[in-house]
Write a protein that binds this ligand. Structure first.
Ligand code: 6R9
Length: 649
């Protein structure tokens, strides 16, 4: 942890949508009278029926109920497209940057978007999709993914996106899990110069699904795929024939907009359900305020639409705000580690939002890749997905942002729909690694993990829960409301429990310490594994580190570190000792690693999250029960780690 703070420049603060005084006033208003605050904010959206019932919430276990704007009616696609046509029909809505930099980028105007979405909506209707039906979207990061989402929203169908990196089994489980009528896929998904055979994966998945599930196939690479007559439909051909207009269906604010499957700490993925009114309002407001988005800006979030970040901050939030949003099909290191920065230069990106894992990977490649690009258009940087270590934060700030771009470290979850904790860029002096402040309407509390009591004093540390609802909150687990209640409302009565630990410093600012199941207890001292990781990666020879606890006879738990070294650095006994000493001096003797394993790679999900569950099992010598490793980006790294375990026997 660093004590240094980074205030926005006077110029940035003066031009910001929300400055410090405005944040204080709006936050106070949102907490003192949430009904009045959100009733007023609801005017951001265009309603077919204006809501009069603002909030109807009960967090009591056994009767959990979350409703916002429940007598209001609207259509999400009309809000993201139609209402902008008069003022910004010719403005670019989506910039598409393909995987291969030699392939032409595309600019899709709001007028184009309207036509494309209407056609896709008509195609879906012709396949028999009706209001309330489920549609699985299994597509590359191409504009058709956004068309498909908005087409579903337009006709009231509920979409569930499955990340294109998922296997046929994972796809089948999700098709069956929500009983989908149609799967939208593409021939192939190009990514990092390679191609995933999406249609062929879908074929395999559909073998395990009901016979009447239809498959709508988008042409991406144009390569031949197998074809099942009567089941498979050619999107490009049908779209040519389809009508240019499709009426947006009137939806109740509480009608589901989408289901997104997300893994919990254990067991089957949960189908997180988000609804229409509250979700869109929250995504739109947070997009404008957290990123300080201004009309005419070019905004880029590098996530995939297969994750919640892509839903809220590539598609729904930006388009609801009439923004220009960039969709990138590729990866940060293809053709080389300069790609992100080349895309920023090429499209004059103003706001850039990515994950710490990408920042660390690029940091490890050296500064030349950044410095050869013109990044003068950048005004703001954002991060999301995991705690960012100060080392990576500082690199992002200095090398990418040249010290002039505020960094928003946004803490949120699939479950929360949008940012819950984040500094506001024109209002708050940031601290490297801190998620800082609650967004409007959010009441974070720090609870004692044992007693469940709220801790009021600062500084403090405990588990992070939220005391009241906000409009973007998930409403239920698809088909299993009881699981929803048990997962989020049973451990700490009366609160939404996030599953994360946090610290609140003497200034009252929040620092996420990682999932509470990643907290280890060493000789009676509670320690965030993220803290040790952060220390390790601060060492110049370390590219990445993951830390877990393992049973230790004397200390209760010992500290087991998996360390990936920088390119070209040799693992030696010397370095082993040096790293132990390094962590001792960075954090204290209590954090001294018990075991360090050199790891050429770490097991990661395809969204870049380190799978600590697997690392814990290996460290615990319990690798017979690793569970499902099929969602890993590269399952073979696990074999290497087992082979080279430290505490053998
Ligand atoms: C948006 C997203 C949620 C979990 C969350 C937390 C971690 C996300 C973070 C962060 C520290 C941040 N997380 N943002 N930890 N600082 N800024 O990532 O959703 O995939 O559901 O993950 O990610 O542990 O509980 P999701």
């Amino acid at each position: 942890m660093s004590d240094k703070t980074y205030a926005p420049s006077a110029e940035f603060a003066a031009n910001a949508n929300v400055d410090a005084a405005k944040y204080d006033a709006m936050y106070a208003a949102s907490i003192n009278d949430p009904e009045a605050f959100w009733a007023e904010q609801a005017d951001r959206l265009q309603w077919m029926k204006k809501p009069t019932q603002i909030k109807n919430v009960d967090f009591t276990l056994g009767q959990v109920k979350i409703e916002w704007f429940s007598d209001g009616a609207l259509n999400v696609a009309a809000n993201c497209i139609d209402r902008h046509l008069e003022t910004r029909g010719t403005q670019t809505a989506i910039i598409f940057e393909p995987d291969d930099p030699k392939e032409q980028a595309q600019s899709i105007s709001y007028n184009d978007l309207h036509r494309r979405v209407c056609r896709m909506a008509n195609v879906l209707e012709s396949l028999g999709v009706r209001k309330g039906d489920r549609v699985i979207i299994y597509l590359p990061m191409i504009p058709e993914a956004a068309y498909a989402m908005l087409a579903c929203a337009r006709i009231g169908a509920i979409h569930s996106i499955v990340f294109a990196g998922f296997s046929p089994d994972a796809l089948a489980a999700r098709i069956n899990g929500c009983d989908a009528k149609v799967v939208i896929t593409a021939d192939h998904a190009p990514r990092g110069g390679r191609k995933t055979p999406l249609k062929s994966n879908a074929d395999k998945a559909l073998l395990h699904c009901k016979d009447d599930v239809k498959c709508l196939v988008v042409k991406r690479t144009g390569e031949q795929t197998t074809w099942v007559d009567g089941r498979d439909f050619d999107y490009n051909e049908m779209a040519l024939e389809a009508d240019d207009y499709c009426r947006p269906v009137e939806m109740n604010a509480e009608d589901p907009l989408f289901i997104l499957y997300t893994s919990g700490s254990t067991g089957q993925p949960k189908g997180v359900v988000h609804t229409t009114g509250g979700y869109l309002l929250y995504a739109s407001l947070t997009h404008e305020v957290s990123f300080d988005y201004h009309d005419g800006d070019v905004y880029w979030c590098t996530a995939d639409v297969g994750w919640v970040t892509g839903h809220s901050y590539i598609v729904y939030g930006p388009l609801a705000n009439g923004a220009t949003t960039l969709m990138f099909e590729g990866v940060p290191t293809y053709p080389d580690a300069s790609r992100f920065w080349q895309v920023c230069e090429k499209h004059k990106v103003n706001q850039f939002y990515t994950a710490p894992t990408a920042i660390r990977a690029l940091m490890g490649q050296g500064n030349e890749f950044v410095e050869k690009c013109d990044l003068s258009s950048l005004k703001l940087l954002g991060t999301v997905g995991e705690p960012i270590n100060p080392e990576a934060w500082n690199w992002y700030n200095d090398v990418v942002g040249k010290g002039k771009c505020p960094i928003v470290d946004t803490w949120w979850q699939t479950e929360t729909g949008g940012h819950l904790l984040t500094p506001l860029p024109g209002a708050h002096a940031t601290k490297p690694g801190a998620a800082m402040k609650p967004f409007f309407g959010v009441k974070p509390v720090v609870l004692d993990p044992q007693s469940g009591e709220e801790i009021h004093a600062n500084p403090t540390e405990g588990v992070l829960a939220i005391a009241d609802s906000w409009p973007g909150q998930m409403r239920t687990v698809w088909g299993d409301h009881e699981r929803f209640e048990k997962t989020y409302f049973a451990d700490y009565k009366g609160y939404y429990f996030s599953g994360d630990g946090c610290r609140r410093d003497a200034d009252g600012d929040y620092w996420i310490t990682g999932r509470v199941d990643d907290v280890i207890n060493v000789s009676g001292h509670r320690m965030g594994t993220a803290e040790v990781e952060s220390a390790l990666v601060a060492h110049e020879k370390v590219a990445e580190a993951a830390v877990v606890g393992y049973p230790h006879d004397i200390k209760g738990q010992g500290i087991y570190c998996y360390v990936t070294l920088m390119n070209g650095v040799e693992p030696t006994d010397e370095l082993y000792k040096e790293l132990r000493a390094w962590v001792r001096t960075e954090i204290g003797p209590i954090a001294s690693p018990d075991l360090i394993q050199w790891a050429p790679g770490l097991p990661k999900t395809r969204s870049g999250k380190i799978m600590r569950r697997i690392l814990r099992k290996i460290a615990e010598n319990d690798y017979g029960s690793l569970g499902d490793t099929s969602t890993l980006a590269d399952p073979s790294v696990v074999d290497d780690l087992i082979e080279n375990r430290m505490n053998k026997g």
